[in-house]
Write a protein that binds this ligand. Structure first.
Ligand code: 6GU
Length: 255
């Protein structure tokens, strides 16, 4: 997969050189490039913002540097260079615009986006990017404004760190043992069950006896039940969407 990130603070994305995602880049599983929006300006002050039409507080990001930057990364990406959809049209890269006004990002979207050839992230700052950039970009990209949740960050960079990690770890070969992707929170619509390691007794607290029993059927059932209990307590909203009928038959008995 190719990922391009455009930002006025490219240093903000430095953590993507570390850990699992950094290793995936070194191993050639992920071609991730960070671009400085100011490199696409033409004035001597390299300005990227201006006052809002209609008045109001703060500044708005100017359209032309964004158009220049996005056109350059679309042209450089693999998806536009020859790849075709089943309809014979060239595949468009996906442009993700991090914004508290976007669609809520979640695990299902991470899986969906992990299938793409090229993702481009446009990190807005200030009050946002001139809306005409978003309209213009529809011609070259599938545009997806996306939010991490109902709170406000100062810019898209921190959201990009989260989304790239969530998507990148789903790419083939990035997580060493793919089984660890299956039994984790949100993979099946429930939160993860609690986990324990040695010693079995620690500061007068015991590991639940069933986990020491060696009875794998009982253990699986206990874990399912704990997932359900935890989800009901912490995230009742998830339970409304949860469908036990979609689980493997053997796991349904826990409900
Ligand atoms: Cl994706 N961007 C910004 N700027 N703020 C946010 C967000 C994204 N998600 C929640 N708050």
């Amino acid at each position: 997969m190719r990922i391009d990130v455009v930002s006025i603070f490219p240093e903000y994305l430095a953590p993507l050189e570390l850990s699992l995602i950094g290793k995936a880049r070194q191993d050639g599983l992920l071609d991730l490039r960070v671009h400085d929006l100011r490199d696409f300006t033409t004035d001597k002050h390299r300005s990227v913002d201006d006052t809002p039409y209609g008045g109001g507080a703060g500044m708005v990001m100017k359209p032309e540097p964004w158009a220049q930057a996005l056109a350059a990364v679309a042209a450089a990406g693999g998806a536009t260079a020859g790849a075709e959809t089943t309809e014979g049209k060239p595949a468009k890269p996906v442009l993700i615009v991090p914004s508290p006004a976007g669609e809520r990002f979640n695990q299902a979207l991470a899986y969906e986006l992990a299938e793409e050839e090229q993702l481009v992230f446009a990190c807005g700052r200030y009050e946002g990017i001139d809306e005409r950039v978003i309209e213009w970009a529809e011609e070259h990209f599938t545009v997806r404004p996306m939010s991490l949740g109902d709170y406000v960050l100062n810019g898209g960079e921190v959201a990009v760190l989260a989304m790239v990690e969530a998507i990148g770890r789903l790419l083939p070969g990035v997580v060493g043992n793919p089984d660890s992707l299956v039994e984790e929170s949100h993979s099946d619509g429930l939160l993860e069950y609690p986990v324990y390691t040695k010693p079995s007794s620690w500061r007068d607290r015991e590991v639940p006896a069933v986990l020491l029993s060696g009875n794998h059927g009982k253990i699986a059932q206990w874990r399912r039940h704990e997932q359900y209990r935890r989800t009901a307590e912490r995230r009742p909203d998830l339970l409304e969407a949860f469908d036990a009928g979609k689980l493997p038959r053997a796991d349904r008995t826990a409900f």
